[in-house]
Design a protein around this ligand. Sequence first.
Ligand SMILES: [Zn+2]
Ligand SMILES: [Zn+2]
Length: 401
Amino acid sequence: MAGTAVWLLQQLIPPLLLTYFYFGWKITTFETPQIYRTLPTLLVGSITIVYLRLYFLSSTQSTPPYDPPPAIRNRKIIFQCLSPSEAKALRLANDAANQYDEEPMVERCHRDRCGGRWKPARTRHCSMCQRCRGGWDHHCPFFANCLTAQYMRSFLALLLYTPPTVLLLSLPLYKPLCNRAIAAYAFSRSSDEIRQYWWDWSYSWVIAGGPIGRYAGGMILGWRELDKMDNDKTLRLGVGLMIGFGVLLALVTTGLAFSTITLLVRGNLTIDKGRSTAHNQALHAIYKSKMSGRSIPPELEMNLKRFSDTRHFYVPFPESFQNNGKEGIVLPILDHERPYDHGWKKNLEIVLGKGWAWLLPWNAMQRGMGDEMFSWPIEEGVKNRLMEEAERIALEIQGDS
Ligand SMILES: [Zn+2]
Ligand SMILES: [Zn+2]
């Protein structure tokens, strides 16, 4: 049901938004007192092309390759893999003969169109698109596709262009439009006709969405009458509604830009935040059960495990130890370690590129990350700690034999 609603929404939103961009440009360029000429074309034009870039993304964008690259297949580098117990359970389920095999296993996805495709670190299966996407952030109904780290710059540029565009283009109209709105409200109150079928009609309290809708509706009715009387093209109701919607859009994009940047700075994508929220909810529920002396429901423990932040990495032994039969080991990361958090500056740089140049429209159109998105860089401190631990274990094995 929710899926159908999102599907319908994403069919409707893009044409509506594009129509809105067109009328916004037309009104500010040709119909309002001519303060601007080229500015609206530049601003609205940039927004439109970056938006179209996202809207025309292919359906297979950001999908990981079917198999991991050779460096991972041949286990030459550190990579995120399943925990030994998960790998063992999978082997038991698939092929009992190899159940004690200690080889590291990468995660694979068997849902929908994935059919056993490699699922690298920071990849998530989108149920709307029915496929896995690397560097997944969220499925966005505004452009009917997934937002991934690769296109984060286009998305952020779009969010950051919108508020100044709305502000600049509508600035000269705020005062006259506010006056017009006040006049419209006063007219609506004094008109016998509108009073009769709106203000005195008791359903006006509910029909337009409550008391606010009653006053907004009354004002709109008055505005329509004023438009009929003086035929002022600039201050007509349509322009007022366009700008009202623009202000709303500017507020929403400001909020979204802020929360997206906050996540990126911490080395997170929306997927990580969802994960730790789910983990905390499960923890909290278990704590409550314990306090009240009830037994812990098994599905809660499963949730806790599923969303736990304990990741496992395959770490190759140093070259000199590798002729000992065993070439490397799977290690868990420690509780406090955040393998994908490199500090705010590098976090931004990995996803968006160096400096602020990505924000320019022609750069914002380019992908911010290439295939390295499927082998997300691991933070140096964590990487070194894992390598030291692997070396220590290798030495132990050598000492035993
Ligand atoms: Zn998948
Ligand atoms: Zn999607």
